[in-house]
Design a protein. Structure first.
Length: 216
């Protein structure tokens, strides 16, 4: 374990040793480094595209919560009316009414729980779609910085501040990605046509934490 840690430290030091100032293709000053870091949560939360997606999802969640409150109020009123009937309706006639109400409650509960699960799933899908649309922007920064890899910032123990590209990625993403009326982030057609597509292996989605390979 100590040998592996020492090897990682030497590799990091060597990577930082290769870093230095340069200019991007559009003349912007950049910091060259073979290894870059990115705060994915901040990229999503602070970019206009990510905020639009989150606002649309929050609006859906608020609508679902309001629907649940309305349904609950209606069921409470229906249950109260059913309870009042108990005193005047014979038991053999009341029993089917009570069973029908219970069945209705269970069906509604299952429907609303399914809607909540679908919203949670859509939140994850929209987040993944956001990062897929962000890949060309990240690929451009990788090319400008002369990098070979982008690491999740939270997975890096030590790094120079200049290798973090989160702020640059947010700024460039705000320029290159537009928001449609439904709150979906879509690449700007003009910018997308001008930019070179990322190479197939240049930016792969980050593996879940704990599944990476360790070096010697």
């Amino acid at each position: 374990m100590r040998r592996a840690g020492r090897g990682w430290a030497l590799a990091a030091a060597a990577a930082l040793g290769l870093a230095g100032p340069a200019l991007a293709q559009d003349g912007r000053p950049v910091f060259l480094s073979p290894i870059l870091t990115l705060d994915q949560d901040r990229l999503f939360q602070d970019s206009k595209a990510g905020q639009a997606i989150e606002q649309a999802l929050e609006a859906e969640a608020a609508a679902l919560a309001a629907e649940n409150r309305r349904i609950e109020s209606e069921l409470v009123a229906e249950e109260r009316a059913l309870t009042e009937q108990r005193a005047t309706v014979p038991p053999d006639q009341f029993r089917p009414l009570a069973e029908a109400f219970d069945s209705k409650v269970e069906t509604i509960r299952a429907t609303q729980e399914r809607k909540a699960r679908e919203l949670t799933q859509r939140r994850e899908e929209d987040r993944q779609d956001f990062f897929r649309k962000a890949l060309p922007v990240l690929a451009e920064i990788v090319r400008d910085r002369g990098a070979v890899a982008v690491l999740a910032r939270e997975a890096v123990i030590l790094s120079a501040g200049q290798v973090d590209i989160t702020a640059d990625a947010i700024a460039l993403l705000d320029e290159r990605v537009v928001i449609d009326p439904d709150g979906e982030a879509v690449p700007d057609a003009a910018e997308g046509a001008a930019a070179d597509p990322p190479e197939p292996s240049s930016l792969e989605p980050a593996a879940p934490e704990g599944t990476g390979q360790s070096g010697d």
